[in-house]
Design a protein around this ligand. Structure first.
Ligand SMILES: [Zn+2]
Length: 217
């Protein structure tokens, strides 16, 4: 009886660890080569990303560890090379360094050219699954962003619900897709059923972008 009690206690301690529990239950949806917990190569990749953020002039700070987010950071002023994010909720607004880099290095200059100054977005990190599956979405690993509206240089807000009649919204999705820094954005134009009021963006990691750009791949 006592032995049963002890092994029960051990089992419940193991289950009590959020990471052990997460590992046991949740299929992953990570970039190629990524694993959880992060491998030494991923940790090094994260360090490289943080060094690049410094060079981009981003004011970032480390976040507490967040399950499934390889390099969790916060950007307190939510400004990514001049592109402001206006997230829902009070935060903390945690994201993976790789998403921060894609926003600052790629999205910001593209959107500035189109006259966009800010994006109204959902929570930067949230535990969610791909609809209809048990697979964690890329929101859960800090690489995805839902855009609900954009704000132009005149301060005018363009809600994504106007996608069909607003050329600026359509240009944004097309331009970001063409950069290769994001996987195909899901929009009211290509997924009316699940994305009629927001644009879903997923950053590719720098290593993924390099692989795509390499000749013969
Ligand atoms: Zn989404």
């Amino acid at each position: 009886m006592q032995r049963l009690l002890v092994s029960g206690l051990i089992a419940s301690c193991l289950l009590a660890s959020p990471l052990a529990e997460a590992r046991r239950r949740q299929p992953l949806n990570m970039p190629p080569g990524w694993v959880w917990p992060p491998s030494p190569a991923m940790i090094e990749e994260g360090r490289g990303c943080l060094r690049r953020l410094e060079r981009l002039g981003l004011r970032w700070q480390r976040s507490e560890a967040v399950p499934w987010v390889a390099t969790p950071i916060q950007v307190p002023d939510l400004s990514f090379a001049g592109l402001r994010l206006l997230p829902r909720g009070k935060g903390p607004h945690v994201l993976d360094c790789q998403l921060a880099e894609a926003l600052a290095a790629v999205a910001a200059p593209e959107l500035r050219e189109l006259g966009v100054t800010a994006l109204r977005v959902g929570a930067l990190h949230r535990r969610s699954r791909i609809r209809g599956t048990r697979i964690l979405s890329r929101h859960a690993i800090g690489l995805a962003l839902d855009v609900w509206a954009i704000i132009d240089a005149e301060g005018e807000e363009h809600p994504v619900t106007r996608y069909a009649s607003d050329p600026l919204l359509r240009s944004i999705a097309a331009r970001l897709r063409a950069t290769g820094a994001f996987r195909r954005p899901l929009t009211p134009g290509n997924d009316r059923r699940h994305h009629r009021d927001h644009i879903h963006l997923e950053a590719r990691t720098a290593a993924e972008r390099a692989r795509r750009a390499a000749p013969g791949t």
